[in-house]
Design a protein around this ligand. Structure first.
Ligand code: AMP
Length: 209
């Protein structure tokens, strides 16, 4: 199963992706996580990506396509993948179609997690991650337990001005993927607002169906 998870920043893709990969038995490929790891390690890739990420802008297509192409060649990707945060532009989507087409394993479905812009800023600015477990919390909606509260961290690009830049990038560069995948008959729309378990159920139902 080859799946793409599409949606604005802060729609809950990261949280839901972690649940979906367990339920579906596929690997989670998050370009955001891979880029953040590269920045933390100070690799050449990280150095090339950092400035774009800090500004809330997209990293150039050839850089992200390269890391995804490499990841998809690993043996554990054969069981299936959930791509989270990739593709984010039409050229990335075309590159992905070419890679998967050559491998004879085309995309099965694309889930669009829908959340209105008005809710996104509140969701993202309250977001915190536990560096030890990777679990994502929200200071209002899902606060970390006392023993974790001291160590949770806010992503550098989760501040209000960066969120607005990331939303702009989403509408200008990523939203055109909706008609692109609709034309391929692969797009399923899922309401991303409400109880987290209910959103997971809706996603599983639409991806399996
Ligand atoms: P995310 O964790 O998916 O919100 O990604 C965080 C940041 O990493 C984005 O704001 C971009 O700067 C960069 N990034 C992640 N995935 C991509 C992609 N597919 N194309 C370009 N930039 C990306």
């Amino acid at each position: 199963m080859r799946l793409v998870f599409l949606g604005p920043p802060g729609a809950g893709k990261g949280t839901q992706a972690k649940r979906l990969v367990e339920a579906l038995g596929v690997i989670h490929v998050s370009t955001g996580d891979m880029l953040r790891a590269a920045v933390a390690e100070g690799t050449e890739l990280g150095k090339a990506a950092k400035g774009f990420m800090d500004a809330g802008a997209l990293v150039p297509d050839e850089v992200v396509v390269g890391i995804v192409a490499e990841r998809l060649q690993a043996p554990d990707a054969e069981a299936g993948v959930l791509l989270d945060g990739f593709p984010r532009t039409i050229p990335q989507a075309e590159a992905l179609d070419a890679i998967l087409g050559e491998a004879g394993t085309p995309l099965d479905k694309v889930a669009l997690l829908e959340v209105a812009d008005a809710l996104i800023v509140e969701r993202i600015t309250g977001r915190r991650t536990d560096p030890e477990t990777g679990k994502i919390y929200h200071m209002t909606f899902d606060p970390p337990p006392a023993e974790v509260a001291d160590r949770v961290q806010q992503r550098g690009d989760d501040t209000e001005d960066k969120v607005r830049a990331r939303l702009e990038a989403y509408h200008a560069q990523t939203a055109p993927l909706v008609p692109y995948y609709e034309a391929q008959g692969k797009l399923v729309r899922v309401d991303g607002v409400g109880d987290m378990d209910a959103v997971t159920e809706r996603l599983l139902a639409s991806l399996k169906g």
